[in-house]
Design a protein. Structure first.
Length: 211
């Protein structure tokens, strides 16, 4: 089973394009962990990993379809490529780039965030990329602390976790899989399928009042 909790590694755009995208259904709220842990054992879940991470998400006022973040020192981008019939979002990995990031890759990322910025350097450090975001009126950076508990139900990757958006705490749960029908069945088993599907970008925007 593929493991979203494995060590983060740099990936170029060509290799990222070969990755089969998973469909994800994610929910946020308070009291979710109690609900999910009660349901997961009834669904005969297998708990397999706990991971904490400190990340920075880069938000664009103009789109919720470019997931751009820094985790483990890598500039990571995924873009939305579709939805399943049940409204699960499908995000295609586009690369995990080591700093300094090339001008070409930064330009591609900003294009996906639907902003136009003149780039006059051949490469950009993390500080220089942060400065681009901080100086653009349609962009924002949000600090995200995650404590995630990974588990599986019938081979479907799931998690629940505690999230801090700029220090504001909220709980989350999700499942993601290339098996779209199996993912739907698992969310029903976890009893959270009737909640609103909210990706990290939307949740982070709500936390800072970005519309």
């Amino acid at each position: 089973m593929a493991d979203t909790f494995s060590k983060n590694q740099a990936t170029n755009a060509d290799d990222a394009a070969k990755i089969v995208p998973r469909a994800e259904f994610r929910v946020f709220g308070q009291g979710l962990i109690d609900e999910v842990t009660a349901a997961m054992w009834k669904a005969k879940a297998t708990l397999f990993k706990i991971r904490t991470s400190s990340e920075t998400y880069f938000l664009s006022r103009k789109t919720n379809e470019a997931n751009v973040k820094v985790r483990d020192g890598l500039l990571d981008i995924k873009t939305k490529v579709g939805d399943t019939e049940d409204g699960y979002e499908i995000f295609q990995p586009r690369g995990k780039f080591e700093f300094p990031v090339s001008k070409k890759d930064v330009a591609t990322i900003l294009e996906n965030m639907l902003v136009e910025i003149s780039l006059d350097q051949d490469t950009y450090t993390i500080e220089e990329f942060m400065a681009i975001v901080e100086n653009h009126p349609d962009l924002a950076a949000v600090s995200v602390e995650k404590k995630r508990y990974g588990f599986s139900v019938d081979g479907i990757i799931c998690e629940y976790g505690e999230i801090l958006f700029n220090g504001s705490k909220i709980e989350t749960a999700c499942c993601e899989s290339v098996d779209y029908a199996g993912g739907k069945k698992t969310m029903e088993a976890l009893e959270i399928d009737k909640r609103e599907n909210v990706n990290y970008l939307k949740a982070a925007k709500r936390s800072i009042g970005m519309t």
